[in-house]
Design a binder for this molecule. Structure first.
Ligand code: SF4
Ligand SMILES: [Zn+2]
Length: 525
């Protein structure tokens, strides 16, 4: 950080009539950066101010100093998402729409913000994780609970040694620099670290999932898997050279669900061969097909990017991106079929507009689609559209609802806490495997167990161990949901319950009577 940057920043802080912590953060992010262009932690700026005044470069001003030290607000959701990109490595597949740029993982483009950040860190997992944590902290987000999202092409195709090193170094960064010799050591340290990993996610392909991979993903610490499903139609999958079938996706979803993972699918409208009508039907298949029914969904409308084989098809007049109107219509039509247990995280991929040859560059697509649905009296019931934000909750008025649905291998209970106005304050996903599931499809540790795949309570972020009554996260809602789930499992004949716990939530489950096994925490019920 340069002195000139700091002086401009101090001027801006001094000039502000009234200053909230959020505004202070915004000024900090705008004006002060380190050599790599990342924002700088507030503590460092305060230290720099002290030094500059001690050296007599600028006079000390009490009022300015107080402003600089302002405590950040505890904001937004309880968990800080840290997305890091793996290094360039060839993807085993060759989908016709997928861009390939030098020096970045397949499917990513050099000017995307996440890619730029990764390049600044030379794709080093330790530096990437640390830089992202520092930026979030500088922006006033608590970073004691971290969800680590490892992105970049097909994770399962990377060498095993690389995978292990990558995860270990990310954890080392959360463990504040202590370099662990083994993955297990890094995980153990993180259990009581100040920045705990409460979720870990990778993205991979359906045809790479088998029982060995399932076990390995859990061993690495993963709690959620993003799978590129893209379409439920074998013809479309083949036309776009996906290299897998819908049966592969079904099988992957089944094995991952039985292992307790949260299931996040990517779905792509506007693929080669699709029409707005076929896309709406395809979206419905995600829910009608009992073997799919994902927990989360990312909608990435297919984008036309120069240099891809899809681009050639477009030049030959065989492919056409939807217009804005067509895309909005398709998504509005489709979204109303979303069941309440799914969260639609995204409706567009944030590709810088200069890469898109033709088609939608609407970056506010989600809002536009929502407005369109509202006009017609439709509603998206997905989790994201219903979750409580920073609203104050009256705990006594919350109601537990059990939304039950079947899959090809389990009975699922989506237990949700709803407010009188239908807002979602928290939920738990309970999977009850059916008795006819072949033994070899269930990891030894989970045989005979009911499985909790996710427990999430909304509310403002709180630092670990700090209680704040009245806000959702620490009011025992989680414990209630867990107890309710145990009752349901017992009633269905289960004698044991397991939870896919991230490293940072093991402690929480210990307090609920669970013990750490090899890959899961579990207890008799
Ligand atoms: S699998 Fe993913 S990264 Fe690989 S070519 Fe297809 S879209 Fe691109
Ligand atoms: Zn929604």
């Amino acid at each position: 950080m340069e002195t000139s940057q700091l002086l401009t920043f101090f001027d801006a802080v001094r000039a502000a009539e009234k200053l909230t912590p959020t505004q202070l953060n915004a000024l900090m992010v705008k004006h002060v950066h380190d050599a790599d262009g990342n924002s700088v932690a507030q503590t460092k700026i305060v230290a720099a101010y002290k030094e500059l005044t001690a050296q007599g470069v600028i006079p000390f001003e009490r009022e300015l100093f107080e402003r600089l030290r302002m405590k950040p607000t505890r904001t937004i959701s309880g968990v800080a998402p840290v997305a890091v990109l793996t290094g360039p490595y060839p993807c085993p597949a060759d989908c016709i729409f997928c861009p390939e740029a030098k020096g970045v993982p397949r499917s990513y483009l050099p000017d995307e913000p996440a890619v730029q950040r990764a390049r600044r860190a030379h794709f080093d997992p330790y530096k990437s994780t640390k830089a992202r944590m520092d930026t979030l902290a500088a922006m006033g987000h608590p970073i004691d609970k971290i969800e680590l999202l490892i992105i970049g092409a097909t994770w399962s195709a990377y060498p095993k040694k690389y995978q292990e090193w990558y995860v270990r170094r990310c954890l080392d960064a959360m463990n504040e620099g202590a370099a662990a010799k083994t993955l297990e050591e890094a995980q153990k340290r993180n259990e009581s670290a100040r920045h705990r990993c409460v979720g870990m996610v990778i993205e991979t392909r359906p045809d790479y999932i088998n029982m060995d991979e399932v076990r390995r993903l859990r061993w690495l610490g993963m709690t959620k898997i993003q799978l590129g499903a893209q379409s439920t139609d074998d013809k479309i999958l083949a036309m776009n050279r996906r290299g897998h079938t819908i049966e592969d996706t079904r099988r992957a979803v089944r094995l991952l669900r039985l292992a307790g993972f949260k299931l996040h699918l990517h779905w792509m409208p506007n693929l080669y061969g699709a029409t707005p009508e076929s896309d709406v039907r395809d979206f419905q298949n995600l829910w009608n097909d009992v073997a799919l029914r994902p927990d989360e969904l990312k909608i990435y409308p297919c984008m036309l990017i120069e240099g891809t084989d899809l681009y050639k098809l477009w030049q030959e007049g065989k492919y056409r991106p939807y217009t804005d109107a067509e895309l909005i219509e398709t998504l509005a039509q489709a979204k109303r079929f979303t069941p309440p247990y799914c969260r639609i995280n995204r409706v567009i991929r944030d590709i810088p507009a200069q890469y898109i040859v033709e088609g939608s560059t609407q970056s506010h697509l989600r809002v536009v689609v929502q407005q369109e649905m509202k006009k017609r009296g439709w509603q998206c019931q997905c989790i994201r559209c219903r979750e409580v934000r920073n609203e104050k909750l009256e705990i006594e008025k919350l109601e537990i609802q059990d939304y039950q649905y079947e899959t090809d291998a389990t009975t699922e209970h989506f237990l949700q806490y709803v407010t009188p106005t239908g807002r979602l304050a928290g939920f738990l996903r309970l999977s009850l495997p059916r008795a006819d599931v072949p033994r070899e499809e269930i990891l030894e540790e989970l045989r005979g167990c009911a499985v909790v795949r996710e427990l999430h309570i909304y509310g403002p972020a709180l630092e670990l161990g700090v209680s704040d009554s009245g806000k959702a996260q620490h009011s025992g809602l989680g414990r209630h949901l867990a107890e309710h789930a145990m009752q349901l499992a017992r009633a269905a004949g289960f004698k044991r319950m397991a939870v896919i716990s991230a490293i940072g939530t093991r402690e929480y489950y210990r307090r609920l009577g669970f013990e750490l096994g090899e890959l899961y925490v579990a207890r008799d019920i």
